[in-house]
Write a protein that binds this ligand. Sequence first.
Ligand SMILES: [Zn+2]
Ligand SMILES: [Zn+2]
Length: 247
Amino acid sequence: MLSLKLKPYIKALLNCFYPKQCLLCKTKLMFDEDNALCQNCINTFKKIQEPYCGLCHFQLSEKKDVCFNCLEKKPCFQLNRSSTHFTHPVKNLIHDFKYRGKERLAHDFAQMLVQSYKNFPIFNQIEAILPVPLHTKTLKTRGYNQAKLLAQNFLTLLKNEKKELALIEDHVLIRAQLTPSQTLLSRQERFKNMENAFQVQDSIPILSKNILLIDDVTTTGATLNACAKILMEKGAKNVFALTVARD
Ligand SMILES: [Zn+2]
Ligand SMILES: [Zn+2]
């Protein structure tokens, strides 16, 4: 058996012969880097530029305060912000992250979330971080909750600057219903589909708190809306949302 002391040297040696590469452009990454992507590739991701909906961060074609959907039905969350558009290559990367076991992308995505968190001073009032939960069956099949990985990496990156930020534990908000996949549903069906999907099992950690929901993608906002709705009903002060990509 290898001595523990030798392990870092062997890892370094392996990295010389089998260097870690950026998942996209195959550039060599430093062996001690946690990233799965190089900075050049991350810089190419399309940011959401003004004009956008002030509530849900939807890209608008002309300057307005809020988009048509938010005007029609105000979301239960205060606002959503996303780090990038849900387009190529981010779309594929998120798919790899969720379904193909590329868990190490959590670090790159969390770096993007931290950047967005810092870009919007409204997030300074956040007291607790809550990853959108998965149903226990989905968790069992997938093996991990991608939103929780994002939240954990996000907090690790911010631990020196924001010591007061707490991670809300798994039992507090649960996904009680295993809803059919949202992919083929219309906007209205998605909202209907998500009604009653979540439950708050312990309201103490959320009482009078400003909470930040974290997830990988905002599509219609139906999932974030359902989480925010139940959290507000159970006593949260305000609920905000931050996701990697906006569809
Ligand atoms: Zn690259
Ligand atoms: Zn909107």
